[in-house]
Design a protein around this ligand. Structure first.
Ligand code: ZN
Length: 251
């Protein structure tokens, strides 16, 4: 029998699932606002049209669903056989007819949702491996998906902004991004201050750091490499305003 509700009763996980589902609904809304010919237009991602973004989100749902099947059955099914296959799949998906592309998004999202809903409580703790090779509990897939749908809705470039993304999602995104910088040591000489949340990251102890300041939404937009329109930057020493440096890579 198929459950009508999530099998997990973990409140934290249920909250995360709600956030991912809201993000999917948000992406769906922005996608539905685009006409078929709008899909040919550029996204915020270099070299990608809105078709590429939509195909990527569809195939990402399928890839995440494979991890949930892995957690449920114990039979290893990776997200993608290789990075080349992943990229090729997106290139192919981008050539689909508008209706096929919209179906890909809809059906893959529904399928993933069913996989999540029907995953038994204990299986959420089973270990799976991300496309980057990280070993994580199946519960991590909820954040992996959440991050994709919220951020790529902005990448469709038809009106969504980082200010539309829930604060909890922005905060976790910033932790992911600044954590990646720290792990690679690419945040040397760079301090980040979030004005509306009393948060600071990076080389905050150094007097030789360039300080980038902005609201949480503006800082995440800049840190994710999506634009520096909302942030201000101050050069070390002189305290003079300067244009914000490009944020270090994080993926
Ligand atoms: Zn992505």
């Amino acid at each position: 029998m198929v459950a009508r509700h999530d099998l997990t009763t973990d409140p934290e996980l249920l909250a995360a699932l709600l956030q991912a589902r809201r993000g999917t609904a948000f992406f769906a809304r922005k996608l539905n606002e685009l006409s078929d010919s709008d899909l040919d237009g550029a996204s915020l991602l270099p070299g990608w049209t809105r078709r590429h973004v939509t195909a990527h989100i569809g195939y990402n749902a399928r890839a995440v669903a494979r991890l949930i099947e892995w957690a449920a059955t114990g039979v290893e099914t990776p997200m993608y056989p290789s990075p080349e296959v992943r990229n090729h799949e997106i290139e192919f998906g981008a050539t689909l007819s508008p209706i096929a592309l919209r179906h890909l998004f809809d059906h893959s999202a529904v399928h993933l949702n069913v996989e999540w809903r029907d995953l038994p409580e204990d299986a959420w703790r089973h270990t799976v491996r991300t496309a980057q090779g990280r070993e994580v509990p199946a519960s991590e897939t909820v954040w992996m998906r959440s991050r994709e749908v919220w951020m790529h809705a902005v990448d469709l470039d038809n009106g969504a902004s980082f200010r539309d993304i829930p604060v909890a999602v922005l905060e976790r995104l910033l932790l992911d991004i600044t954590g990646a910088w720290k792990a690679r040591g690419t945040d040397k000489g760079l301090a980040v201050k979030v004005t509306d949340r009393d948060l600071a990251f990076g080389d905050t102890a150094s007097v030789d750091a360039t300080v980038v300041t902005g609201t949480l939404a503006a800082i995440v937009e800049w840190a994710a490499g999506r634009g520096d329109g909302g942030v201000t930057a101050v050069a070390p020493g002189t305290g003079a305003a300067r244009t914000a440096p490009a944020a270090p890579k994080w993926i």
